[in-house]
Structure formats: C-alpha cells, structure tokens
Design a protein around this ligand. Structure first.
Ligand code: NAP
Length: 318
C-alpha cells in the first residue's frame, strides 16, 4: 500500500506514525509545512490521519478530491466536519472503548486529588511545612453524591468506579437510559443541585458548548467540586474562574481547557484547583491500543473497504 498517500493533520503519536509510515506514503502535516508541495500532492491524498484534537474542516476536505477516509486517534472527533465528510462519501473512524478505563481512572484521580488536596499535601511535605502544624481538613469522597454529565461509554466506567466508593450516582445525558440503575436528571443544572462531585464526560462540539455555565456552577454550590475530563469547550471557563475565585463552588479537577495547551493564569493561580495537561488516555498501554486501532482502521479500509470503528454518523445507514 506504499502507493497510497496519507496526510497527517497533527503531530502523530510515536506509537502510530511509524506504523503508518511503514505501510503507506505518509505526508506529515504537509499542508502546514510546505503549502506548495501540498498543492501538488493534494489531488492524490486518499486518507487523513488525525488526532482527537485535530481540525479537519470542510475547507481541507474540499482540497482533497481523492479523499476516502479520515482515521482519528481518539474517541472525540468534534474537530472533524463529519457532515462535510459524509456528504463526500468519506468514512470517518475513531477509537472508542479502548480508552474508557484510563479516562475513568483519571476522573476519579482528579476528584480525589481535588477533594483530598493531594497536590497541596505533596507540596506541604516536600517544602518542609509539616513541622509547622497539620494541613487544613479536606472533604470526604466515599459515600458522597456523584453527578455524571454524559452517561456513555466513559461515563458508565466512571459510575462503576464511584459505586466502589459507596457513592450514589445520578446523571444527565440527551436521553434517560432505562437499562441503567442510576437516577436521571433532565438538565445539568438539576443534576448539579443534587451532586457533591459533578463529573463532565460528554463529547465536545456545538451541542455541548458551555453546557456547564454559571447557573450550573451555582447549583453545584459552595462545597461542590467540578471534574472535567470531556472537552474544554463544554465548560464556560470564564464563568468557572469567577465561580472558583468567589467561592461559588468548592474546587475543580480539570484535564481539558478551552484553548489548549494554554491555561489562563487566573486558573493556574487558584489553590483549590488541580490541573492536568489533557492526559485522560495517556498511558503507554492505552495509547498503544489507540494507535493500533487507528492504523487497523486505515489498513482494513484499503484492504477490503471495511473499518473496525466508524463514528456513529458513518455507521448509520443512509
Ligand atoms: P459516548 O459513549 O458517545 O458518550 C457521550 C455521552 O454524552 C452520552 O451519554 C450522550 O448522551 C452524552 N451527551 C451528548 N451530548 C449531550 C448533551 N448536549 N447534554 C448532555 N449529555 C450529552 O462517548 P465516550 O466514549 O464516553 O466519550 C465522551 C467524550 O469524552 C469524548 O467525546 C471526548 O470528548 C471525551 N474524552 C476525553 C478524553 C481526555 O483525554 N480527557 C479522552 C477520551 C474521551 P446520550 O447517551 O443520551 O446520547
């Protein structure tokens, strides 16, 4: 398949790039690095390799008349214009399920870190402050109320873990899930009002933009802790900063931000916030599984026009 031209639109994982390069003719971000060379190769590009954060707008798809598949490394694909791809008959794939455990683990980790002040405790000991007295008391997690915004694959993995902490679990989603034993709330605000820990794990994109706004934060309340492992776009970051600064909520654990990798100084300065640089799926094992699935979707497509994990829009008939 070395004659098949593939364009990467982001820096690919070192676990993925060599796999693609060994089999296909990979043009690494050529549209950005060498537009003149890209103009010559564009008519021949048959595949795009993207990441969860990549932008694949209609304008790029329109420049690639031979494009057949966009294979994404990540479960989220809010940066891909799927409607434009579908209209052209272009397949879009992603990497669901293989990262559920890691993202759920991180959500629990951020909740514990924020509630039990783990980063502050670490600094307290390392900086020699312990002899001056004990740390301020923290908040209990076990037995508390968890609200999950988005009860899909990862949301359910988070719920499973919460049960092991004897937490009660409630959720909101676009629709109630009759097969799940958890209480459904119709809105994020209603859910926040009955949660001690509000964990956000929806897709990004237009449908969820600023779903967690000032009203939701107010409902979460002064002792409530927000955990966001979804996308930065789902939380109104300015409203969150204001809520944290004014004690409207008690704290936050955040893996994702509005303008990554840039995190506002106001957020970085807050002591009751725990921050992570978008590491939800960032373990060697899971990134390997994601890389293999991304590659296998590409390979399988060009071998026999089937893929393992199409995005729902491309799996649906019509
Ligand atoms: P999924 O199985 O598709 O679940 C998404 C859930 O979000 C569904 O329950 C869905 O509701 C709900 N939802 C969608 N729009 C909503 C809205 N407007 N209001 C309320 N709920 C809404 O997806 P997943 O595999 O769990 O992944 C979820 C997201 O996690 C990804 O899209 C990605 O953005 C993020 N993620 C982050 C990391 C990280 O590194 N931090 C890693 C992986 C994934 P219905 O069930 O009713 O349709």
């Amino acid at each position: 398949m070395s004659h098949i031209d593939v364009l990467s639109v982001a820096k690919l994982s070192p676990l993925l790039e060599p796999q693609i390069r060994a089999v296909f003719n990979l043009h690494d971000r050529l549209h950005e690095t060498d537009p003149a060379a890209f103009a010559k190769i564009a008519p021949h590009i048959r595949a795009i390799a993207s990441t969860g954060e990549s932008k694949v707008p209609e304008s790029l798809i329109a420049q690639l008349p031979a494009l057949e598949i966009i294979s994404g490394f990540g479960v989220g694909y809010d940066g891909v214009d799927v409607a434009a791809a579908k209209a052209r008959g272009v397949m879009v794939t992603h990497t669901p399920n293989v990262l559920n455990d890691d993202v759920a683990d991180l959500a629990i980790g951020l909740m514990l870190a924020a509630a039990r002040q783990l980063p502050a405790s670490d600094r307290y000991v390392k900086e020699g402050q312990w002899p001056t007295g004990p740390m301020p008391l923290a908040r209990k997690v076990s037995g508390a109320r968890m609200g999950i915004v988005g009860m899909g694959r990862i949301g359910q993995a988070i719920a499973q873990r919460a049960l092991a902490f004897n937490m009660s679990v409630a959720y909101t989603a676009r629709s109630a899930k009759a097969d799940l034993p958890f209480k459904y709330a119709a809105t994020a605000e209603a859910l926040a009002a009955e949660s001690d820990y509000l964990v956000v794990i929806t897709p990004g994109g237009a449908g969820t933009r600023k779903l967690i706004n000032a009203d939701v934060l107010k409902a979460l309340g002064t002792k409530g802790i927000l955990v966001n492992v979804a996308r930065g776009s789902v939380v109104d970051e300015a409203a969150l900063i204001e809520a944290l600064q004014n004690g409207v909520i008690g704290g936050a654990g955040l893996d994702v931000f509005e303008n990554e990798p840039h995190v506002p100084e106001a957020l970085r300065a807050l002591p009751h916030v725990v921050l992570a640089p978008h590491i939800g799926s960032a373990t060697t094992q899971t990134r390997q599984a994601m890389a293999d699935l991304t590659f296998n979707n590409l390979k399988s497509y060009f071998e026999n026009k089937t893929v393992h994990t199409p995005v729902p829009e491309c799996a649906a008939k019509g």
